[in-house]
Structure formats: C-alpha cells, structure tokens
Design a protein. Structure first.
Length: 96
C-alpha cells in the first residue's frame, strides 16, 4: 500500500506530523472558542445587570410618583380663552 519510491519511515513520520498538526489545530480552536464564549458570557452578564439596574430605577421613580401628595398641595385650574385681536406678523415691514 505504500508507493514504491517513498520510504515507509518518512511516510509514518509525515502521518505523525499531520496528526500532531490536526490535534494542535483542534486544541487551538477549542481555546479560541472558549475565549469567545467567555467574552459573550461576560457581555450577557453586564447586559443583564444593566437591565436590572434600569428596571430598579424605573420602579423607584414609579414608587415616588405613586406616593400621596403632601397636605399643603395646591391644585390649579387653567381656562382656555379665544383671542379676538388681530396680531401683526413678525419680521420686517410691519409696524411695531
């Protein structure tokens, strides 16, 4: 099964080098994958903490708004009236 012009020891050595290279590539790929996975996990945890913090702030503000107003609170009322006077346009050429 070996080619007639090749040394069987050289073929075995080439096969061993190829096997070591494949195992090295597998290990290096696993390391890169683990590092990227770690970065994604840290990013997810930071995002989760940020969302929790924002929700906490919103709940605190909502609790502040829902509190009853103090006894000295004054309530006002507005009335809308229609304007009947003519108003000059702003800009040049008009009397001030």
């Amino acid at each position: 099964m070996h080619s007639p012009g090749r040394n069987p020891i050289a073929q075995s050595l080439a096969l061993a080098v190829l096997g070591v290279a494949l195992v090295g590539a597998l290990v290096l790929g696993a390391v890169v994958f683990a590092v990227l996975f770690g970065v994604f996990i840290v990013g997810y945890l930071v995002s989760l903490a940020h969302a929790w913090w924002r929700l906490r702030q919103i709940r605190r503000r909502a609790a502040y708004v829902d509190r009853p107003q103090p006894a000295g609170f004054v309530e006002g009322e507005l009335e809308v009236v229609e304007v009947t006077a003519e108003v000059a346009r702003r800009g040049s050429g008009g009397a001030a």
